[in-house]
Design a protein around this ligand. Sequence first.
Ligand code: ADP
Ligand code: MG
Length: 340
Amino acid sequence: MPIRQLPEPLINRIAAGEVVERPASVVKELVENAIDAGARRVLVTTAHGGKSLIRVEDDGCGMNEADLALSVERHATSKLDSDALDDIRTLGFRGEALASIGSVSELRISSRPADAESGFTLTVSNGRKRPPMLLAMNRGTSIEVRDLFAQVPARQKFLKSDRAEANAITDVLRRLAMANPAVHFRIEGSDRSGLDWPAVDGDGALATRLSQVMGGEFVDNAVPLAMARHGVVLAGMAGLPTFTRANSLNQYVFVNGRSVRDKLLTGAVRAAYADYVFRDRFPVIALYLSIDPGEVDVNVHPAKAELRFRDTGAVRGAVIRGIGEALHAAGFKASNTVAE
Ligand code: ADP
Ligand code: MG
């Protein structure tokens, strides 16, 4: 076969394979966009585990007509104003999500900036874009994704039951809510009984959000983390060694506001608790790390759940030390610490 340049809809569909694995990945991309847009309220509605419907409505900055048309183009982003990939402070930056989602679903984006009289709405139907049309609406953005992967049987085959997909969506939303206590999250639709996590602010905001999302029992059985060491700032709450689980599903780790699954960090958590919990038990933890964005590379994987640290020793050391000190303060003494 001769070489041919692939048409754009096909290129987008191939890229979609990386960015949009399942309904939960769509929810993650859309809610991250809402947060990047400065939303104070995010409403998520899903049906059939997100397969038939995902809708994310926000009260963020909105888009004007020109930006709306650009938003679904590949590699179009408002978040990289220079070529500085080493200083990323927004959740998004690849400019791929909306183009990808639009290539594998019925996508409708409606948006109105605060200073505009009315909004515009635009649809992309499995890669076919239509121009924006005028629409009366509140300020903010509403994005609706219907019939995800209906035209991509290969991908549809790998989706799990509605219930399993709905659970994955809830997990994604939990993580986003834990990372953004000042944002009000509401989750509706036929997939679950509604969830409502009002915005929290000021002293104790994080503990309140953690009890909203993880349950009050965790907060009652956890100690606060607070430490700064070698440029790594630690916050959150560490569950007591007496409050463990049979798996690691309740270990949440955030780096610079982003939920991550990182072997170095989960390894450091395990090491910090090694003296306190049996090897087949897992502590519950909500660990928040802040670190100079230049010290960490989030551009490792399209979903940005993995990362690389420049100074892995400093990060590991800070986590072990921070958790250790918090547990020590709560009266737990590691066997290998020198007795006072
Ligand atoms: P990225 O988030 O990496 O920039 P996306 O494809 O997710 O790429 O979004 C493309 C652009 O569309 C964003 O850079 C942003 O300017 C705009 N956008 C997307 N969602 C929203 C939203 N909810 N509110 C305001 N602008 C948005
Ligand atoms: Mg995005």
